[in-house]
Design a protein around this ligand. Sequence first.
Ligand SMILES: Cc1cc2nc3c(=O)[nH]c(=O)nc-3n(C[C@H](O)[C@H](O)[C@H](O)COP(=O)(O)OP(=O)(O)OC[C@H]3O[C@@H](n4cnc5c(N)ncnc54)[C@H](O)[C@@H]3O)c2cc1C
Length: 320
Amino acid sequence: MSFPNLVEQLGRECFSCVRGRLLSNQPLAPVTWLRVGGPAQLLFQPADEADLAAFMKVLPNDIPVLPVGLGSNLLIRDDGIEGVVIRLTGKGFGQLEPVGETRLRVGAAVPDKRLAQAALQAKLSGFSFYAAIPGAVGGALRMNAGAHGTETCERVVELTAIDRSGQVLRLSRADMNYAYRHSEQPADLIFTSAVFQGVPGKAEVIAEEMDVVVAHRERAQPIREKTGGSTFKNPPDNSAWKVIDAAGCRGLTVGGAQMSEMHCNFMINTGEASALDLEMLGETVRAKVVENSGIRLEWEIKRLGVFRPGETIEPFLGRA
Ligand SMILES: Cc1cc2nc3c(=O)[nH]c(=O)nc-3n(C[C@H](O)[C@H](O)[C@H](O)COP(=O)(O)OP(=O)(O)OC[C@H]3O[C@@H](n4cnc5c(N)ncnc54)[C@H](O)[C@@H]3O)c2cc1C
């Protein structure tokens, strides 16, 4: 299906001040790791922070807004996303500069891996875990991305964001109320950059840490598949993969969706999966895990957008 053209609906003159790209009914599947889902009613790629603020000021308040990064944690539903999807690109949001001796100011579109490399060059330790995370900084700030015992909230000092009315906000780490893979700012707040704190270290030690992180990822994760990383958060004092395995869900399939044989908390699109296949698979796993161990897994992957008419995951929610 395609959505009504929002630019035509609101009138082209509404956006005359905007310098970035506005694309109606733009497919989102190609820009997510799982490669499924429908279009964005309107995709906006702002030229820079001032352009983004100007856009938010003229956009009527009742139009929903959703920022996305590199789509490594997203399951976009088959009929796509109503309203405006905002995707920051390296052109306007790719800055990476030192602040004093131990801090880095980083644009939200900078890939996490580049941040890890920049920290190595600046001989700052504490960033090696980013070498394992295939997202960008904006997604890491939202998700409190972490690996190998370190999380984003341990490194971030200050964030800059643009709110729904186009105001530029400065936030502290405390304002984010970070928890495991969780932060508490509104879903339509757009992070544009952040300052990160490192610890002076030796380049060869940092490089070695990064090698360990990358080698572990190669060995343990299906990173060449269409996947969204960990499907579920780890339950308290347990591992999601262990309870999924114990419930017999390693390799489980629904249509073209499968729980990876290699890492059974990663779901993969084996080729022709729909978003519905993937979501039904996830809900089937949740039901089997509850039945087997009483544990209710919480989705880590963000499921966003609208179902096709008549589609529902209800029967799967009730199963087992
Ligand atoms: C192979 C693989 C391995 C992974 N390994 C890990 C891992 O070890 N640790 C880990 O934590 N995660 C991991 N992930 C998940 C994912 O990479 C992280 O959650 C990452 O931080 C998401 O960043 P992104 O840019 O892809 O964001 P997206 O997936 O595009 O979006 C994720 C969320 O962030 C929000 N968001 C994105 N950009 C912005 C912005 N500028 N402002 C405000 N909100 C924004 C979106 O609205 C959405 O809610 C893995 C994923 C894959 C595919």
